[in-house]
Write a protein that binds this ligand. Structure first.
Ligand SMILES: Nc1ncnc2c1ncn2[C@@H]1O[C@H](COP(=O)(O)OP(=O)(O)O)[C@@H](O)[C@H]1O
Ligand SMILES: Cc1ncsc1CCOP(=O)(O)O
Ligand SMILES: [Mg+2]
Length: 280
């Protein structure tokens, strides 16, 4: 084998070993993940976390933050069905986990759809999330801090269209930025890697993006010092579960079920034979 190809194969192996190690850790430790999320995603997000081995809690009332949030291992904030009443709890939860030194992950759903939403997302970015995960259009809107033509929660861009926006947002925010799509991009503003697993029918199930953001929170909870690697691992594992689920599915509804089952049953052989992460 050519030395270059040998290096690539070794890289691939080490990504697969790391992703499997983190999934095994997650299954052993069952981190508690607080999710302040939209009404559409609550069910799929909680079931995704459970099937991966984490413990989800969809607790969003501001009255509970001071008692509950100090106990969580990571927090996921998602603005999908945002209204003004939800923002104070999001702010307070982010501040509590920051104070406790725990990671939190932001999903800026439809960030470019309205000024209200964009302003809220920018304020949350200022509260120092460890990771921001959105689709191409969301990351572009957030990075440019501008609203415009929008398809709402869906993306009108390929993930690769958002490469520069993702790097710039990562540099300005200090967060790891992930852009989902056919190739998921993960960047710290300097280095970028691509996670290639997944099937396009995942876009036809509502809240798969929200669910993978929560899965990122769970992976970062078990490896907070390596947020880029943890994020790439979560996206890869979810993508592999999608591929394996697709082999049994007849359409989006059965893919949703088989994806969750595949995530629950995922073994090391599947991870090492399927995982594909490359430098971009
Ligand atoms: N064309 C595609 N091919 C493979 N996987 C995809 C594709 N588009 C999205 N995905 C996967 O679907 C999940 C949701 O991503 P996406 O649809 O971009 O998020 P959102 O729902 O927030 O718009 C991610 O795990 C992503 O990797
Ligand atoms: C349809 C919809 N409307 C508001 S939030 C939401 C769910 C979005 O989920 P995802 O970003 O994962 O597609
Ligand atoms: Mg989304």
């Amino acid at each position: 084998m050519e030395p270059d190809n040998l290096n690539k194969e070794q890289d691939q192996n080490s990504w697969a070993v790391n992703a499997w190690t983190l999934l095994s850790k997650l299954r052993d430790q069952s981190p508690l993940i607080q999710c302040i999320t939209n009404f559409v995603s609550m069910d799929l997000m909680a079931n995704t976390l459970l099937s991966a081995g984490a413990s989800p809690a969809m607790i969003h009332s501001i009255e509970e933050i001071q008692d509950f949030t100090p106990h969580v291992h990571a927090l996921c904030i998602n603005v999908g069905t945002l209204s003004p009443a939800w923002l104070p709890a999001m702010r307070e939860a982010a501040q509590v986990v920051n104070k406790a030194g725990k990671p939190w992950v932001l999903d800026p759903v439809a960030a470019g759809a309205s000024s209200f939403r964009l302003k809220a997302c920018l304020e949350l970015v200022g509260l120092k999330p460890s990771v921001i995960r959105g689709n191409g259009s969301e990351i572009i809107a957030l990075s440019k801090a501008s609203i415009g033509a929008t398809k709402g929660v869906d993306s009108s861009h390929e993930s690769m269209d958002a490469m520069e926006a993702a790097k710039s947002l990562a540099q300005s925010s200090g967060a790891i930025v992930a852009v989902s799509g056919a190739v998921d991009i993960i960047t710290d503003g300097h280095r970028a890697v691509g996670a290639h697993n997944g099937v396009s029918m995942m876009q036809k199930i509502t809240a798969t993006g929200c669910a993978v953001t929560a899965l990122i929170a769970a992976f970062v909870a078990v490896d907070p010092l390596h947020a880029l690697e943890a994020t790439a691992s979560a996206l890869s594992i979810f993508g592999i579960a999608g591929e394996m689920g697709m082999a049994m599915a007849k359409g989006p509804a059965s893919l949703r079920m088989h994806l969750i089952d595949s995530l629950y049953n995922l073994d090391q052989a599947a991870v090492s034979s399927r995982l594909k992460v490359t430098s971009l």
